[in-house]
Design a protein around this ligand. Structure first.
Ligand code: CU
Length: 257
């Protein structure tokens, strides 16, 4: 926009230049107005009086897949000759860990609080493998291994950052700037290393632990769309009604594959 104006001004009369300059200012003002409006359509944090809770358990349906370990091709002295494949982690009673559960499309609710999330690389695996975060979270990248790792984060086709961690125990912090699904890999020859970070503009998200459980508290009463995602077993959606001050239960079953 600016370069167009600059080129055009050289051939315009003083009056035309003033009009052009006015048009540019109006254009900028309009752009700012559009940007401000966009902020209004984002998530709004506020006090939630007498909020409700959704809790539940995610289980796998069917026999868990037997995933062979990865053959390490480099850094064998640190990684070992094989590295366990932890893509599907199942506990007692089919409890499924590493499932991201969140409220979809929520526009108002509790204020997100700034957090820190440590992403370690241990035994040539990302730990945690699966995480969720609210925009504004400080992601602390670190390594417990005495070998070079990198944390390469991508959102779709876009590279967000690629941080080298050559020294065991070193820490590098990156702020999580925008909502979306971040795929994490290591560019130091450890092709099997994989992590996922789901980033939200609201605080209603969780990752199931080894007991398959999740809990989303302080929800505004009403009908909510609940989603569950597993990197291999896919997605599920449920509609859940939450009453003020009450706890609703929503269990998921994801089919083994
Ligand atoms: Cu690595």
């Amino acid at each position: 926009m600016q370069s167009t104006h600059g080129n055009a001004a050289a051939t315009l009369s003083p009056g035309a230049r003033r009009r052009r300059s006015f048009a540019l200012r109006v254009g900028i003002a309009a752009a700012i107005a559009i940007a401000s409006t966009a902020v209004l359509y984002g998530y709004v944090g506020e006090d939630v009086a007498n909020g409700g809770t959704i809790r539940g358990v995610v289980r796998i349906e069917g026999a868990p897949p037997r995933l062979p370990p990865h053959q390490a091709t480099t850094s064998v002295e640190v990684c070992g000759a094989t590295v366990p494949n932890d893509e599907v982690t199942v506990g007692g009673g089919g409890a499924l860990a590493n499932v991201v559960v969140w409220i979809d499309g929520i526009e108002r609710g509790a204020r997100p609080t700034a957090r820190r999330l440590v992403l370690d690389q241990r035994g040539c695996r990302f730990t945690p493998r699966i995480a969720s975060a609210t925009v504004g979270t400080s992601l602390v990248l670190t390594s417990s291994d005495a070998t070079l790792h990198t944390t390469h984060a991508r959102m779709g086709d876009r590279s967000l950052f690629n941080v080298a961690l050559p020294v065991k125990g070193m820490r590098v912090t990156r702020r999580v700037e925008r909502a979306g699904v971040v795929r994490i890999g290591c560019e130091a020859g450890h092709t099997w290393m994989r992590g996922w970070l789901h980033v939200f503009d609201h605080p209603y998200h969780a990752v199931t632990g080894s007991d398959g459980r999740f809990e989303l508290p302080s929800l505004p009463p009403g009908r909510h769309r609940l989603r569950a995602w597993h990197e291999r077993l896919g997605e599920h959606t449920a509609t859940v009604d939450v009453a003020a001050g009450q706890t609703a239960t929503a269990d998921f079953r994801l089919r083994a594959r």
